[in-house]
Design a protein around this ligand. Structure first.
Ligand SMILES: [Zn+2]
Length: 237
């Protein structure tokens, strides 16, 4: 029985080790996905800049087309003016030309604004692309390093799983099952130390007869309060 208890202790240690390693691996995987998300976010910003830039360029082309059409209108009206006979008609065409010239000047102002927006955004886009290249290069290196850490953690987990198999092989299947269920129910601690008449798992006093029986190592004894499997330790370890 003493041997079985020692094996259960080893099983508990292995399981705790596996939990720690798995948590470390999860942390590494989260860091890895954080690195990838960082690059993806910048790529998303670049795509959005490019969409806006395309939009601005097409607005600029539209303005240029309208601008050219208005200039043509002015030339046509000025040509027509030469053939006008009446003063009234002359004044009407004159007003049209004035309005068209005002229109042209408004379009030119909009065009200048558009060009300046395009310049500004092109500059920002170039800067963003260069940042992205640096980030991607830097991230690629970090990903390689992180992957190596993840692989190492996995190797350790695999080794612990083999160690666990070796321990469980030497124990009755029913006991391993009991241990596993207890461990799930008792926050990872299926075993509890018994010392000075107390269960150290729940800090409750153990019935004296039960405590005395622990010394005999005849059977597996559990705490009546927390149901953990009791392991007698006379001294603090
Ligand atoms: Zn207990």
């Amino acid at each position: 029985m003493k041997k079985k208890l020692e094996m259960l202790e080893e099983l508990q240690e292995v399981d705790q080790q596996i939990d720690v390693l798995k948590a470390a691996r999860s942390g590494l995987l989260a860091e890895m996905s954080g690195i990838n998300q960082g690059v993806d976010a910048v790529r998303g910003e670049i795509a959005s800049f490019e969409t806006t830039l395309t939009q601005l360029e097409s607005e600029k082309v539209e303005l240029e087309t309208t601008h050219a059409a208005e200039l043509e209108n002015i030339v046509r009206s000025e040509t027509n003016m030469k053939e006008i006979k009446t003063n009234k008609e002359f004044q009407a065409v004159g007003r049209e030309i004035t309005a068209a010239k005002k229109q042209v000047s408004d379009i030119e102002e909009s065009l200048l604004q558009k060009i300046s927006q395009i310049d500004e955004l092109s500059g920002a886009l170039a800067a963003k692309k260069s940042t992205c290249d640096e980030l991607a290069e830097n991230s690629a290196q970090r990903i390689v390093a992180k992957q190596a850490e993840i692989d190492a953690a996995q190797l350790n987990i695999d080794a612990e799983i083999i160690r666990r198999e070796n321990v469980t092989k030497g124990l009755p299947a029913s006991l391993v099952k009991k241990f596993t269920i207890l461990r799930e129910q008792r926050r990872g601690q299926a075993l509890a130390t018994a010392r000075d008449g107390y269960c150290m798992g729940c800090n409750m006093h153990l019935p004296p007869q039960l405590y005395n029986n622990l010394y005999k190592y005849e059977e597996l004894l559990t705490c009546p309060h927390c149901q953990r499997i009791l392991i007698l330790k006379l001294q603090q370890q």
